[in-house]
Design a protein around this ligand. Structure first.
Ligand code: UDP
Ligand code: MG
Length: 138
């Protein structure tokens, strides 16, 4: 069964949207098979966002992701990688489609980094790599 790694980013926790996002995931029919609230350290975030290490927004995104507790999840279901990305919507919340998590619940707050509530793995290979980072015993 396919799995994906989802993060409810610190803005989701701060804004009290954990329940709303989990509701959408469960209503869609995906199964939550691991869930943990924690504060991410720099090492974990560096590994998680390794593909973006050279990007100009890297330091900002690490600061954002370290700004408070987040919730890490593993979801399971047929084509869940693609399906959660579809639920999440486009990276930029201003243009993310209404009906998506980012389109309905996120916006531009004028911060240098894009605060968009959720992360979802972008391929089954990324999911395996990211699940090993966040849930090494899984
Ligand atoms: N991000 C940002 N500025 C950018 C691009 C991305 O702050 O110009 C942040 C944003 O929070 C995004 C994360 O870095 O979710 C990872 O970027 P990616 O392009 O992988 O987007 P995603 O896969 O999350 O949609
Ligand atoms: Mg990505």
């Amino acid at each position: 069964m396919e799995r994906t790694l989802v993060l409810l980013k610190p803005d989701a926790v701060r804004r009290g949207l954990v329940g709303e996002v989990l509701r959408r995931v469960e209503a869609k029919g995906y199964r939550i098979v691991a869930l943990s609230m924690r504060e991410a350290d720099a090492e974990t975030l560096g590994a998680h966002y390794a593909e973006h290490a050279e990007k100009p927004f890297f330091a900002g995104v690490v600061a954002y992701m370290s700004s408070g507790p987040l919730v890490a999840l593993v979801l399971e279901g047929q084509r869940v990688v693609e399906g959660f990305r579809s639920l999440a919507g486009a990276t930029d919340p201003t243009v993310a489609a209404p009906g998506t998590i980012r389109g309905d619940l996120a916006r531009d707050w004028g911060t240098p980094e894009i605060q968009n509530l959720v992360h979802g793995s972008d391929s089954p290979e990324s999911a395996a790599r990211e699940i090993a980072i966040w849930f090494p015993s899984f």
